[in-house]
Ligand binder design. Structure first.
Ligand code: HEM
Length: 529
């Protein structure tokens, strides 16, 4: 029996875990807990928190004891599967309490209740994530961040103040559409590089996911730093800036997963991995500072320029005299805008390569909209790519890259008739709710069309069952750029190339995000139509 089944057996005691695993779909739940849901407790039937169902904590070790084989080598992949099993065994609300050093986790699998919690959250939703980033920003580099900490790993008023400064320009369609051409330029170069990477069978190299990662990095450099970083260039010397950025980006977020999922020794003394994390972060601060200073000089040289002609960064620099705002925004966008999008793209490309009929449908849509494959993209064309957008949404529904979201309750709150105390971390397991029959018609069928015919009973979907970018005041700040980058890549690639996959099917796992694990050796062939 594998280690994983042993872990599950320890959680589920005498139940047949193997049978459960066979039954379950390939699902997962991203854990991004956060906050508030204040609705008054007026109902006498409200039950106490102690009655919420869930695995009973063991004496002394609590539920951490049940997870013991994981500690030290915690594979978050198990969290995804455990979340599905918790739902199957305990129902729509499940408490995982007695976790040493962590607050209770409360899994909620009811889309109406998820909607209510989201809709009632206050002005400063709390998503408890990345304590190591919190320590880096507030302790290690307090000299730099001070009272301008950014949005990631920041809460309360400081989060609100920073988000208010940057939210408008970053979410405005006007700003985002200025990046169609720059992202297209990066993407054309990436596709050209893909052709150069092909092996004798016309396939991508086994580490193609790293190449996608570099494309994501190059795109975010264009958006957050107004720069072409050069990360896509082949044969970069190891001490070149682009290579150093690639290395730092590869580990900055992944180290977070290791630091936070293993026993957090770094909280008590500086471990090797903590040093590495701090060095990576310092390097990013240095790079962001350099590029933002250059952007500032360019801006100062621009006289009498209309605001609409400025880039995102220039708009922020023009409004906020302290360039640190733009620097820290850039840092936050880079920190969360690389792995998310590159792993989402790997997942979407894998689904396209293994669903030839749907890929053909997408190709036909693109051919109709762009009879000349070299037609430059624009807002109107992107708007009309309805099947493309629906395909992406369906991949997110079934294989949500971020497997769930959450909030730390800031008030005692009633959820599903239980009184849930303030401080509990509520988890919304999107990957599970996105495939529940009561919220989604024919949930086990992969049907992009469901997003095109939402009013049709055959294709119904509860609006809170699948929320890949979260919801509300704290929703993903980069979602418009994420959508843009994905659309541009798919439009350019599938208009002119056929994608195939001739190897063993890949399993979805959570390494850091939820994505197919293994070698993405796609065969890429130029189309002649
Ligand atoms: C497909 C790719 C992506 C997915 C699935 C994704 C998903 C998410 C989710 C679920 C959240 C939490 C939202 C909430 O709490 O309600 C989030 C937050 C965030 N995302 Fe994304 N994201 C993606 C790409 C990006 C990109 C490309 C950027 C940057 C350009 C970005 C920047 C951010 C930031 C800054 C936050 C924190 C917002 C805050 O706490 O105020 N994301 N994202």
């Amino acid at each position: 029996m594998t280690e994983f089944f042993k872990i599950l057996n320890s959680i589920y005691g005498r139940r047949s875990v193997l049978n459960k695993i066979k039954r379950q779909r390939s699902h997962a739940v991203a854990v991004t807990p956060d906050d508030v849901c204040p609705y008054e407790i007026t109902n006498n039937t409200v039950k106490p928190y102690s009655e919420v169902p869930g695995p009973k904590p063991l004496p002394i070790l609590g539920n951490t004891g049940r997870l013991l084989p994981i500690i030290g080598q915690y594979d978050i992949c198990d969290v995804a599967k455990i979340s599905q099993l918790l739902y199957e065994d305990y129902g729509k609300i499940v408490k995982l309490s007695g976790l040493i050093g962590r607050p209770d986790l409360l899994f909620v699998y009811d889309a109406d209740e998820i909607e209510r919690v989201y809709r009632q959250e206050g002005p400063t939703p709390f998503r408890p994530s990345m304590p190591c980033l919190v320590k880096y920003k507030s302790v290690v580099r307090n000299d730099f961040f001070g009272n301008l900490p950014g949005v990631v790993g920041v809460h309360g008023e400081p989060w609100k103040e920073f988000r208010t400064k940057v939210q408008k320009p970053i979410l405005q369609i006007q700003t985002v559409k200025k990046y169609i051409q720059p992202v297209e330029e990066v993407t054309n170069y990436f596709i050209q590089r893909m052709m150069e990477m092909k092996d004798g069978n016309g396939e991508m190299p086994s580490d193609f996911d790293n190449e996608v990662h570099k494309w994501a990095l190059e795109c975010i450099g264009r958006v957050a730093l107004d720069a072409r970083l050069g990360c896509l260039d082949p044969n970069l010397p190891s001490n070149s800036e682009p290579q150093k950025i690639i290395d730092a980006a590869k580990y900055a977020l992944r180290n977070v997963a290791i630091l936070e999922l293993k026993f957090p020794f770094w909280r008590y003394f500086p471990t090797t991995i903590w040093h590495k994390y701090v060095n990576n972060m310092n390097y990013f601060v240095e790079v962001c500072t350099k590029y933002i200073e250059e952007a500032m000089v360019r801006l100062q040289a621009k006289q009498h320029v209309n605001e609409s002609e400025l880039s995102l960064i220039e708009r922020i620099l023009a409004k906020e005299p302290n360039p640190k705002t733009a620097t820290i925004l850039a840092l936050d966008l880079i920190l969360v805008g690389i792995d998310t999008i590159s792993m989402a793209v790997c997942s979407i490309l894998y689904q396209l390569a293994t669903r030839p009929e749907q890929q053909e449908k997408l190709h036909q849509e693109l051919k109709r909209l762009m009879p000349d494959p070299d037609t430059p993209l624009n807002v109107k064309l992107l708007d009309e790519m309805v099947f493309l957008k629906s395909f992406v949404k369906e991949v997110f529904r079934v294989y949500s890259t971020v497997i769930g979201n959450g909030r730390t309750l800031q008030k005692d709150t009633v959820i599903m008739d239980y009184n849930i105390p303030k401080g509990t971390q509520v988890v919304f397991p999107t990957l599970v709710t996105g495939s529940m029959g009561e919220y989604v018609s024919n949930p086990n069928e992969f049907m992009p069309e469901r997003w095109m015919k939402k009013n049709d009973e055959e294709f119904k979907i509860h609006p809170f069952a699948s929320l890949p970018y979260g919801y509300g005041a704290r929703m993903c700040l980069g979602r418009r750029f994420a959508d843009l980058e994905i659309q541009v890549l798919l439009a350019k690639l599938i208009r002119s190339y056929k994608l195939e996959y001739f190897h063993q099917p890949l399993e979805y796992k959570i390494t850091f995000m939820y994505a197919p694990e293994g070698e993405l050796k796609f065969k890429v062939t130029k189309r002649d139509d």
